[in-house]
Every structure is written in C-alpha cells, then in structure tokens.
Design a protein around this ligand. Sequence first.
Ligand SMILES: [Zn+2]
Length: 661
Amino acid sequence: MRFLIAFVAAAAAFSPLAVPAQKAPAQPPRAVMTLYDAPGMTRACDDGIKRAQADIRHMEAGKGAGAIFDEWNRLNIGIEDVVNTVYLLGSVSRDKAVRDAAEPCLQRYTTLQADLFQDEKLFARVKAAPPMNPHQAKLKKDLVEGFEDTGVALPPDKRKRAKEIFEKIEELRQAFDRNIRDDPTRVTFKPEELEGMPESYLKAHAPDAQGNIVLRLDYPSYIPFLQNAKREDARKRYYMAKLNEGGAQNLELLLRIFELRRELASLYGLPSFADYALRRKMVGSPEVVNKFLSDVKAAVTNLEVREIADLRTMKARELDLPSVGVQVSRWDVPYYSEKIRREQFKVDQEKLRKYFPTDKAVEYTFLVAQTLYGVKFNEVKVPVWHPDVRYFDVVDAKSGRFISGFYLDLFPREGKYNHAAAFPIRGVSRLAKRTPLVALVTNFDREGLNHDELETLMHEFGHVLHGVLSQADYNPQAGTSVKGDFVEAPSQMFEEWARREQPLDLFKKVCPDCPHLTAQQIQQLEAARRFGQGIRYARQWLYAAFDMALATDPKPPLAVWKSLESATPLGHVEGTSFPSSFSHIANNYAAGYYGYMWSEVIALDMLSAFKANMLDPAVGARYRDTILAQGGQVEEMDMVKRFLGREPSNEAFFQEITGRR
Ligand SMILES: [Zn+2]
C-alpha cells in the first residue's frame, strides 16, 4: 500500500520552456508550510477561492493569447498553495477540527477547478497561444486536454452535467475514505491468542483492564499479526474484520462513483470510463492495458500454484498432518510465507529491526540520494505540525545553494493518515522562481525498521526526490505531476537501493555500531523476497483486473469481485468484502491500478542503466536531468528513451515477476 497522494481536482496539468542561462543566481529563500488552525484554514480557503476567482476574471478579460501560460502558472501556484496544505493537514493534523475543516474546503476547490476548466474564454486564449518552445507546447497540450476532459467543448446541458458529476464524485470519494478512516471496528483477542507475536508488538499493544488486547484495523497492527500469530482462528477473525473495513455502505458508494464515471464518459460519446481515462495515459487505450494484464496473468499463474503448494507443505508440517488434506486459506498466506522465509531462507523480518534503527535507516536513504544526485540534506528547525516532524533543506553539494525542502512525519498517532505516502506541498516553477516542498508521511516503528519497511521508506523517498529535484518551468508540470502510469516508476526504482549489496555497504558509514548484513544474508533476503512473487503479482493482477472491470462496465462491486476472486486458486472467502476498503479506485487510481505494474516495467528497465555500479554519480546525474528534473514537461515515453538511449523493454519486468532475474 505504498502510494503517492495528491489532491486531484477536475483535471489539469501544464509544461515548461527553456530559460536563458542565469548569471550568479540569487539564493532563493526557504519556503515552509503554513500551519492553519481550523478557523484559519477556513479563512485561508475563503480568501484563496476569492483570490483565484478574481485572477480568473482578470485572465478572462485578457486579449488574445497574451501571456496566458505565465498567467496560468501564477493562478495554479495560488490554488496549490491552499489546496495542498489543506490536503496534507487534513491527513496529519493532531486537531480533529482541522481535519474536519479540510473536507469542505477541498470540495469547494473541486468546484472551482471544474469552473476553471469549463471557462470558454480561457479555453479560447489557450488555444490561440502559439507555443514558443517544446515545454510550452506540452503545457498547451495538457491544458487543452484538461479543458476537453472537463467538458468545455460539450453543449451547455452536458457541460453542466459534467460539472455536477465532478462535484458528486468528490463528495462520494470523501465519504468512502471517511468510512475507512472512522471505521469503529475493534477486534479483541485474549493474550494467548497473541502466541507467536514478537516482543515489540506485545509492548506496543498492551492488554486492557480486562486483560484483553484490543486491535484496530490499521496496517501496523494488522500485517504483523497475520504474519506471526500462530493460531489460525485468531488470524481468521482479524482477517474477516479487516476484509470488511469500510462496510457495506462503501459498496454502494463505489458503484455510484463508477456509474457517474461511466456517465461522464458517455457525455463524450465514449463507451466507458476506461476509454475516457486511458486515452490520457502512457498506454493510450484499454486494449493495451488488457493485453498487458493478460500477459502478467499468463506469466505468474503456474508460479502462484507452486508457491501455494509450498505453503501447504509448510502448514502440514507445522500441524503434523499429511499435506493431502490440508487446506491453505487466505489468512494463512502471510503466516506461512513468513515461516518459509524464516526457515528456508533464514530471514526473520522482526530481527532485522536492529540492523536498521529508524533514524539510521533515514540517514542511509539520505546518503544514497546525496551520493547519486550531488545534493545535501541539512536539518533545520522550522515550525511543524507535531513534535515528531523534522524538516530538511535540500542544497547543492558543491555550491551550497538552496534547492528545495522536505518534511519527515514518520511515526503513527491517533487520527493520522495510516499508510505511507509522499504529499506534494509546493511544486516547482523555474519561471516563477518557486522552490519545491514535499512531506513524507509514514507509520514506522520508532526503534527500527524491518527490511520491508526499509523498502517502503526508499519507495516514498523516491517520490520525495521526484518532487524536490524537479526543475520544471511551469508549476502544473512540477515533479510528480506526470501520467498516472509513470508516477510510480521513480519510487519503485529507488526501492532497489534497499536490496543490493553495494549500496547497503554504506550502512556501515551511517551506523558503525549496527550489526551489518553479510553478502550471504543479502542473498537470502533476495531469495526470500522472490518467494511469493507468483502470489503477489497474481494479487496485483486481480486488483487491476477488478478496477478495469468496473471502469469498463460498472456493476455491483462485490459481485464483480466475487466472480474474479472465486476463479483464483485460493478462491473467495464468503463474508469478506475487499472492495469496501479499496480506496485507490474510489480515488484517482481508477482505471489506473495497472499503473503500478506498468510503472514497474519502466522502473526495472531504467534500473538497468546503472549496470554494476548502483552508486555511479554520472548515471545519477543523467537520471536526475532527464527524468526527475523534467516533471511532466516532456512526454514520459520521450524522457525514458532519452535516459535509456534506446526503446524501452519489458524484459526486466517479466524476469522479475517470474523469478528468473
Ligand atoms: Zn508510490
């Protein structure tokens, strides 16, 4: 569940241009986030909307194309300054009143964006603007598509309906996420039901006055439990609760959302939302996605069956039964997979925490990025939204020149967003001399990370780097403002630095006193990670296929899910409702979940450029210039080709998922 969070309103994105070389650039000032209280947030929202409306009226009055691209850049910056801060504080503020104040504000900005991209006068000005360079041409193309996708060219009745649809979807999306965030379900276990759980977990989940352990549905509680709890009935009980998170009400919401999306597509005369959404992605059409997904399925089907057979053997051994009659259930998969990793590959994730103390893991991640990209991260005291939060300047290693900044908010607390994600706060604009700012939000153990979590940290930091090292000319094309099926490529690529021996050796530098992984341990970690690839990618296929099914032809989600899941080797568990908590597709990963695997194709292909030297600053510099710096100002496929010096290939990906790499 690693992802990039960005508030996406109705539509939009822009692009860049070449700027004359500057002489002795002045040091740009550090920019930090405004920490609103609830009334302050509402005021900022009111003021922000009024200011944007005034700017839009002013832009409407402009003659011909004029300086429309620069005007748009400034408008976008003004909107982003409010929306991104509100979106982040709505997810991390300690004050419930602030979190609650965020929702109506985001709803108002959705309306503003829909109005903006339905504005005929602005559309005419953008269309009339002759691009002066390739970055402007890309900006113009993205803007025109944003207008078209929001309905500007539709007849008035359809345009009005499109706007209603955007607003309604935003309202339903918020309700969907709220039902997950506020799900009151607690699962109560007797102490003996925690048999097998590591000490750190028991310490973090102490018994209540009755001697029971009461668990919520958050990932840091749930995943280790499923991986370690010895008693099958306890695992099953937690699994059943988790797989109903969000409740039946969310099934209704999800259906309504996808029906509205289909209606939106039909306003354009398109057969499905999949057609509507995918024409703007790298893949271009549903046919390309469906072909890719069927290739993935064909590649992993047999591997999945073999891995499940391994789990069955392990379960039979533990229960001392003949494996013929033993059944592997879904709540067994994490537990017996971990057992195989521990026993066959000698990898005990829990024991790895002392190898990767949390603060040292952060330093390691920094050191890798600093080595590759010629930058330094300096911690600076600035106002933050919680005492745990830290802030760092990104500066040029040679000149010390300020480039950008980021926050780290690493540890869990009540009411905080409960996955791991990077939140853009300020996007770059070279033309506006605007520096980027990003927040990394995770829910890590304070003492140490296991290896999975080290990968998660590096994944999310990959998104952070995409934001803070971006040098796009125009703000709407800053950093991670790229196509949805490309955005996970830099982050998935950066995970690899948590896996290879050469970079991991740097851990000795950041923590001389930590135990260090030997070459053999790293090989075992890699072998352990490879166990379960069949199961993992078959599951990714299932999520993506389910998303495509709803985006092609919306039907009651549970029935669609049941029929797809029933056809898998482990089948569907009666009484579970996975779609109730599938927040990705209620949000902007709809008709886009395949993008994780599509991005991974590109990530693994780009990784090949590092060959044997994963710390080569020359390749790092080329990657920074051709990919990270560009944001969305160059077509994704062109960027990748420029970096690779050849056409991309999916070979590395298919080797990875079938374990043949
Ligand atoms: Zn991600």
